[in-house]
Design a protein around this ligand. Structure first.
Ligand SMILES: [Zn+2]
Length: 479
């Protein structure tokens, strides 16, 4: 599923794809756990020793604590395992079961060990979560999630990775030197970096810059990222560790100019490519910081209960809102730009809801899904204004309460709490009803629906006449 985003594309699409993929990934994993669990009840733990053998080759040795007839790879069926993984012992093969990839012996016998070799450089780099990230000095980071396997209880505490590097090579896991790693939950996957690039190490933030990162961009990142994440630390009252990877490729290519990003609990990955990145511009600066702040907000906001897609209006909309607040409060965006962002979000929300028959709680695929960003952004801004006089920090205060509620539920954010908290704060019942209706119903007149949300939330705005033929109907203008 190669996704390329050109400079002409919208930044919002970048984080979208990753969360969408993460959401699908979580659903698929959750859906399949129970069916494969029974077949491997005897297996208790797995050690995976990952060894960098030569510049283009790695070997993974799997050692299982008890014999099994099959072991199951995490995630859904990949586009590359079958092509790239080679078993050292030809008695083994990769097979498929219930939409999962499994390792079996050809003779069906039980086993406790197997080894596979692979050259990850041949795998497509266009995925949101590439198996390997190549840096411009030839060093590489491997996504351990793709090597992960299920154990009996499907709990990843049962999986331990150990590492062996080439001579003179450093190994970084989550940005710090390490010789082993264990996933915290079954969906976990980090990048293990093999190479000689030294990360910039802060207390909670580690940044790994590709050697060809343009000087203006590394300078900007070193200043802005600690400010943005520091702002989130104080607003969310949490201090998560963040491994921020800035990967560069194709930096001499005049034809291409891309910015891509993905994130996961633990790390944020941004990838630039194309010669145009070498020169600073307001546009590149703004696109990069917007993306970094949006992904950063995800790192602080937690994960929702259940299906991510149904709660994207909450999670993606809020990440957009928090991104805008951070960039404005820190002076990377003027008040005028902030209002322009909100106006644009409201007008895009109208267009998307007009063209897609959907509710925000069950967005349609493709463009329809982007509506959760724009419409969610507008809704959370209205909530921010509606709750500000009753709660310090408005939406930030609300999210702190959401996280407190979530703490008793394995940290999962529940959208019902969003409205519950507004009720507890005595935000007007009118606003709460309008907000709930906004996300749960299909709107024949989306403009009117947004108008209603903004009015009942007390947001200052006007509707202006459309300009030219591109703008379709009256346009929202935040004041
Ligand atoms: Zn996002």
């Amino acid at each position: 599923m190669g996704i390329q985003f050109s400079d002409g594309g919208k930044d919002l699409f970048l984080p979208l794809m990753r969360w969408k993929l993460l959401g699908l990934f979580l659903m698929l994993v959750v859906g399949c756990v129970s069916s494969v669990r029974n077949s491997m009840a005897e297996l208790h733990s797995v050690e995976i020793h990952l060894k960098h053998v030569s510049i283009d080759e790695w070997q993974a040795d799997y050692r299982l604590s008890s014999p099994t007839k099959q072991i199951v790879f995490w995630g859904d069926i990949s586009s590359f395992r079958g092509k790239v993984f080679r078993f050292v012992d030809p008695a083994f093969e990769l097979s498929q079961m219930n939409d999962k990839e499994i390792v079996v012996r050809k003779d069906g016998a039980a086993f406790r060990n197997f080894s596979l070799k692979f050259n990850p450089r041949v795998v497509s780099k266009d995925e949101s979560y590439p198996f390997m990230l190549a840096f411009t000095d030839g060093s590489a980071a491997i996504h351990l999630g793709y090597l992960g396997v299920f154990s009996a209880s499907a709990q990843s505490q049962n999986v331990v990775y150990t590492f062996e590097t080439l001579a003179e090579e450093n190994l970084l896991v989550n940005g710090v030197p390490s010789r082993s790693w264990s996933p915290e939950n079954e969906f976990d996957g980090v990048y293990a970096y093999f190479g000689s690039i030294r990360p910039k190490i802060g207390e909670t933030l580690k940044i790994l810059f590709d050697p060809q990162t343009p000087a203006w961009l590394s300078k900007l990142s070193e200043k802005a990222l600690p400010e943005i994440f520091g702002f989130f630390e104080s607003e969310f009252q949490q201090r998560p560790n963040i491994f921020f990877i800035l990967n560069a490729s194709d930096m001499r290519n005049l034809e291409t100019s891309n910015l891509r990003a993905s994130a996961y609990p633990g790390w944020i990955l941004t990838r630039i490519s194309g010669a145009s990145w070498k020169e600073p511009s307001e546009e590149f600066k703004s696109r990069f910081l917007s993306l970094a702040a949006h992904e950063g907000a995800h790192r602080f906001q937690g994960l929702p209960v259940g299906d991510f897609l149904q709660r994207a209006w909450l999670m993606e909309g809020a990440a957009e809102f928090f991104k805008d607040q951070a960039l404005s409060k820190l002076g990377y965006q003027s008040h005028r730009q902030l209002m322009a962002e909100l106006s644009s979000a409201a007008n895009k929300c109208v267009n998307i809801l007009e063209q897609n028959r959907m509710t925000l709680q069950s967005p349609s695929e493709g463009e329809g899904y982007y509506g959760t960003y724009y419409c969610g952004h507008v809704l959370h801004y209205a909530t921010h204004i509606a709750s500000m006089s009753r709660l310090p920090g408005g939406m930030f205060g609300l999210w702190r309460k959401l996280l407190q509620h979530a703490a008793g539920r394995n940290g999962s954010i529940d959208e019902n709490d969003y409205f519950e908290i507004l009720r507890d704060l005595s935000v007007t019942p009118e606003y709460i009803a309008v907000a709930q209706k906004f996300i749960s119903t299909q709107h024949s007149d989306p403009r009117r629906a947004i108008d209603e949300v903004l009015r009942s939330g007390g947001v200052k705005f006007k509707l202006r006449r459309p300009k030219g033929k591109i703008e379709n109907g009256p346009q929202f203008q935040f004041l």
